[in-house]
Design a protein around this ligand. Sequence first.
Ligand code: FES
Length: 146
Amino acid sequence: MAYSEKVMDHFQHPRNVGEIENPSGVGTVGNAQCGDIMRVYFDIDDEGIIRDVKFKTFGCAAAVATSSMSTEMVKGKTVQEALEVTNKAVMEALDGLPPIKIHCSLLAEQAIHAALWDYAEKNGIKIEGLKKPVNDISECIEEEDY
Ligand code: FES
C-alpha cells in the first residue's frame, strides 16, 4: 500500500493536534469497525468564523493525515464554508488515499460536522445543509457503500 508524500508528511507532522479549553463546539466520532476515534475542537468567533481548531485522533495513518489536512482546510473559514470541506476534498488535497483507506477519511469529515452541530446547538442556530452527525461512521460506510 502506497501513501502519497503529502499523507506521509501530515501523518508524521500532524498540524493542529491538541485541545481547546471552553471550545465553541466539540465533536467526537468513532468507527466501530476498526476502533478508531477522532475528536475535534473549534474556537468560533461572533461572526461565525473558525478562528482555531484542534484535534485528537486515535487512528491509523490515513485518519491522522486526513484529520490534520481537514483542520488546516477549515481554519479561517466560516461555519458554512467548513461544510464544503468534504472527505473527497481532503483526499484530493492529500493527493489521494489507497482505496481501502478511503473510509478513514470520513472520520475527520464527520467529527467536523459533529463539532459544528454542537456549536449550532449551543448557540441556537441552524447551519444550512448540516445533517445530524453520527457517532459511529461505520453506519454511513454501509449506507453510502464506501
Ligand atoms: Fe480505522 Fe483508518 S483503519 S480509521
